[in-house]
Design a protein around this ligand. Structure first.
Ligand code: NAD
Length: 388
């Protein structure tokens, strides 16, 4: 369906929002990365055109594609362009043909390097229940109904980066170090409290303070930071209990703040609320340049078939508009468009469970096009309302 678009200047004439300037680097990566990123980028380009914004897009190589072309998973030209950008949109990296390479030369090394170089320490991972997909979750519909959690995972500290770390093969012994400084906890806690203020004003901090000193520092510091946010209700949970509460009563949680390893595990566990890995977006903020990537990987098993779900990548584009362009209304419009398309019954293969679903099966591109059309209608209505 073709929808007539109002001239872009109409938006400004009626003061809908200011014209934004944004430089976006697209690093599509490997496997389904380029397929899903193409759909997310199409949406971003249209939002820019419809709103009269000045978005500049650049593309660069990362992961296996970069290894093949330039012999390294993160070429310096990619990193330089990333550091000059306002936001980086990443697809996914990895592929079976690279599995025999040493860890520091594999595609995934490029991902870790770019995350570290951009400096983002707060990884935001929403986990939410789409009513239209209730049957896709292994949890009962009445358990997940209304669940809407935002995980804030500390991304640059804890066990993943703590020194010393080693596997002493001769001694048959290995160790990692879970270490946090007070300042590292304060900076990520502030982001979590500020996000909670914009949501339902509830923050759950997860630790293991009954056993670990590093968690005792975490809990004491978060409690101290909470004094600056009296409008946000804070509670603390131990990580083992939290893993159970998330599956029993996911509706009880709003913003969940936690350290690197606990956040990795709990946010993946909570993917069952949404029902498919292909639905989940993420944003990493707080550093020099924000990094946006869907949660899923390169999915080599379905790459090149045109059947990947682009909705995680499209919802990631919404997070980019929200956190790097201050375009909250456009971010919400994309989220609404995705919901609408799912309510209309459209499905990609990963979402199609019933015979009815299978009759509404769409390719990656066709799903992107449906969201694009739904978004076009939403924005048209919004502009028409401003015009009367
Ligand atoms: P994966 O996320 O790529 O795939 C897991 C399963 O989910 C597969 O069956 C896949 O087909 C399916 N899936 C994932 N995304 C989908 C989508 N958008 N639509 C439909 N189905 C989807 O994880 P994996 O198989 O463990 O890893 C594959 C490769 O990706 C590995 O090389 C891994 O290292 C890499 N990886 C990269 C990232 C990243 O780039 N951020 C994250 C995780 C894994």
């Amino acid at each position: 369906m073709l929808v007539r678009r109002l001239p872009s200047k109409t938006a400004h004439q009626f003061g809908e929002h200011a014209k934004m300037k944004l430089k976006v680097l697209i690093v599509a990566g490997d496997g389904i990365g380029p397929e899903v990123t193409a759909e997310a980028a199409r949406i971003l380009r249209s939002v820019a055109e419809w709103g009269g914004h000045d978005f500049e897009f650049h593309e660069a190589l990362i992961g296996g594609a970069a290894i093949k072309a330039q012999g390294t998973p993160l070429p310096s030209s990619t990193l330089d362009t990333a550091l000059e950008s306002d936001a980086v949109l990443l697809g996914a990296v990895g592929g079976n043909e690279f599995n025999s390479l040493p860890p520091d030369r594999r595609p995934e090394a490029g991902l870790l390097q770019i995350r570290q170089a951009l400096g983002g320490f707060a990884n935001l991972r929403p986990a939410f229940a789409h009513p239209a997909l209730a049957a896709n979750s292994p949890l009962k519909p009445e358990v997940i109904d209304g669940a809407d959690i935002l995980f804030v995972r500390e991304l640059l500290g804890g066990l993943y980066f703590g020194e010393p770390r080693q596997w002493d093969r001769e001694a048959g012994s290995a160790w990692n170090t879970m270490r946090y400084t007070r300042d590292e906890v304060i900076r990520v806690a502030r982001i979590a409290f500020e996000l909670a203020q914009k949501r339902r004003k509830k923050l759950t901090s997860v630790d293991k303070a009954n056993v670990l000193e590093v968690s005792q520092l975490w809990r004491a510091t978060v409690t101290e930071v909470a004094k600056d946010y009296p409008d946000v209700a804070l509670d603390h949970q131990y990580v083992d209990a939290m893993s159970m509460h998330l599956m029993n009563t996911p509706r009880n949680f709003d913003v969940v703040l936690t350290e690197n390893l606990f956040g990795d595990i709990l946010s993946d566990e909570s993917a069952v609320i949404t029902g498919s890995l292909g639905m989940l977006p993420s944003a990493t903020i707080g550093g020099q340049v924000n990094l946006y990537e869907p949660v899923h990987g390169s999915a080599p098993d379905i790459a090149g078939k045109g059947i990947a779900n682009p909705l995680g990548a499209i919802l990631t584009a919404a997070m980019l508009l929200r956190h790097s362009a201050n375009l909250e209304q456009d971010a919400l419009a994309i989220e609404t468009a995705v919901r609408k398309v799912l309510e209309q019954g459209y499905r990609t293969a990963d979402l199609a469970r019933s015979e009815k679903d299978k009759k509404m099966l769409l390719s990656t591109q066709a799903m992107g096009k449906q969201v694009h059309e739904a978004l076009n209608e939403i924005i048209d209505k919004r502009q028409a309302m401003h015009a009367v």
